[in-house]
Design a protein around this ligand. Structure first.
Ligand code: KIV
Length: 273
């Protein structure tokens, strides 16, 4: 006999409580209904329909070819089946060049796609745009640090915030975004110490990927977490399908949730110092 445990749907209020209590937020990317359902049942708190779908679903070299139509389609696939996790969707490259474009595309992700939140890769130059989105009632996650949509400008995928100037700029931007009402911050590939400082100073949840265990939560691209990635695997990833006694995607997802909640992941080898 199987016992179905009803898990309460995650909300921004619940995430504020998790931040206060110190319970870590377990997050993964998902792009389709089958994996989204498995992750949802495993207790993932935050599911991101990432524009990394360009790499892992479409076989593109970067996320730049991903369009808002692609994002809407995959967000629908995920949001239709989820009952516990909070669903966020990425705004793809050049989909937020001004406020009208940004509002139109955020509306598509939320109204057509069913997302509860949108994520934008930002620096401080996006402050006014994000402020307007927030004031219109759009829940926003600001993604800082390594911004894969800027790969052509950054000249590759590099750790960000290593020098004093860029570290200070990221800390100031984090405070500024929180002050205008952003709901989540996401830090990708930044030194552990910098991510820890930003997390300690923020009263909103900070999700890390390659940003160390002090963040309020962790996210991985699902293919990295399940060992499905072909070719280069980022140093900050762990294959949860390779763990002892793990013989299904369901168990791998449960192992991931448990490792994040118990702060067993990430460990030192996954951090940049
Ligand atoms: O697109 C994506 O999957 C992301 C994660 C790497 C956080 O932005």
């Amino acid at each position: 006999m199987s016992v179905l445990i009803e898990q309460k749907k995650r909300s921004l209020i619940e995430f504020a409580k998790l931040k206060q209590s110190g319970e870590k937020i377990a997050a993964l990317t998902a792009y389709d209904a089958s994996f989204a359902q498995i992750f949802d049942k495993a207790g993932i708190d935050w599911l991101l329909v990432g524009d990394s779908l360009g790499n892992v679903i479409q076989g593109q070299k970067t996320t730049i070819p991903v369009t808002i139509d692609h994002m809407v389609y995959h967000t629908q696939c995920v949001s239709r089946v989820v009952s516990h996790a909070y669903v966020a969707a990425d705004m793809p490259f050049l989909s937020y060049t001004n406020i009208d474009v940004a509002m139109h595309n955020a509306a598509r992700l939320m109204q057509e796609g069913g997302a509860s939140m949108v994520k934008l890769e930002c620096d401080i130059s996006h402050l006014a745009l994000v402020e307007k989105m927030v004031s219109e009632g759009v829940p926003v996650c600001v993604h800082m640090g390594l911004r894969p949509q800027q790969v052509e400008k950054m000249g590759g995928y590099r750790v960000q915030g290593r020098d004093d100037e860029s570290s200070k700029a990221m800390q100031e931007a984090a405070i500024a975004f929180e002050n205008i009402g952003v709901d989540f911050l996401l830090l990708e590939s930044v030194p552990r110490k910098l991510a820890a400082t930003i997390t300690a100073k923020s009263s909103i949840p900070v999700i890390g990927i390659g940003a160390g265990p002090e963040c309020d939560g962790q996210i991985l691209v699902m293919h990295d977490a399940l060992g499905f990635t072909q070719g280069h695997v980022p140093r900050f990833a762990r294959n949860f399908y390779a763990g002892k006694g793990v013989d299904s995607v369901n168990k791998a997802a449960e192992a991931y949730v448990s490792a994040v909640k118990s702060v067993d992941f990430p460990s030192e080898e996954h951090c940049f110092n």
